[in-house]
Design a protein around this ligand. Sequence first.
Ligand code: IPE
Ligand code: IPE
Ligand code: MG
Ligand code: MG
Ligand code: MG
Length: 362
Amino acid sequence: MKINSTETVIGDLEMRERRVKADIVRDTSGDTENAPQKVRNKLQTSKELHRRLAVIDEEIIRVFNSERGEPEILYDTALHLLQAGGKHVRSLITALSCEAVGGTFEEALPYAVATEFVQTASLIHDDVIDDDDKRRGVESTHKKFGSRMAILAGDLLVARAVKLVSQHATPELLDIVATTGVKMCEGEALDILMYIVEPGLLTKESYFEVVRRKTVSFMRGAARAGATIGKATEEQIEILNSYGEQMGYAFQLRDDILDVIASETSTGKTALSDLKGNKTNYVLIHALSESSEDEVNKCTELLKEGKTDFALELIRRSGAVEHASALAQEYAEKAKDAIRNKGLLNEDLLFVLADHAGERDF
Ligand code: IPE
Ligand code: IPE
Ligand code: MG
Ligand code: MG
Ligand code: MG
């Protein structure tokens, strides 16, 4: 049941690895141009989500372009990744959480746009930190425009998000945005501190601490904001908070799995980025926890030289992808459990989004 797609993943692991390597060897920039469209198509399997995604998409660009200043290059830099799309999972959480408690999609829309401004800013900066070349199927912002302009473009998007929220919302909502931002910075900083440590020394406990801040806090904040806009009761806010929280763990675990098994063509992002850059990745941490001390040392040394073959061998041998996939789906189930039969108005759509977080392959 839960791990249907995991079995496929495991069965496909070798084939996918070969594809990843082939992608790295050949220039896939042509292929990856199609990735955002693919991303869109899959979430749009639900007509209801499709409708919301289309409106959010259009609104992001409309709002951004409604206040363009100078120099033009700064605005073009910020627009580069906004235009490339993205899955819009956090803004959907906001919109659906608002509607879940009786609010309207329209009420949540400005906040959904602000959420995507912050999300895009965090990714522009994350790609500088991780030195990744590809994002949302296009060149990462700093590769195209240089790190200096990319950093400023990220700052601009955060400032625009604050402006947008302040025009439409209360101090309480501003506080949610600010708290989310603080936690995300802490998580990203911890992530940097962790990957300069030997990968063999990373523990699952420290991994989950990083994820709680860098990913979970944003998902939880998105749910809390939506619920607050929809005038939820305290109890409803707690229910949706918990949904966002479990979604966050599912989402990041799946992200780590995709780093290992997926090609650039499917994710639109640099493949094997975590392994090559010695970055925190649950799949690797699990594989190392199942390996001997000698293997851990050998793997660590090889990864430092950018050689991933032995790490992939340990991952395959330990069944780490299968284990992580089951865990991601468990978190997605927990997200669904948190909201099941609680009288929310769109439980079915929130379920679709939770399943997506735990099983997505893009
Ligand atoms: C990437 O987020 C950062 C992580 C927390 C893994 P997404 O995978 O949601 O990125 P977009 O917005 O869809 O491009
Ligand atoms: C980034 O995590 C989370 C953020 C807060 C931006 P990752 O570094 O794993 O995200 P990707 O894989 O580059 O999207
Ligand atoms: Mg990254
Ligand atoms: Mg990162
Ligand atoms: Mg990642």
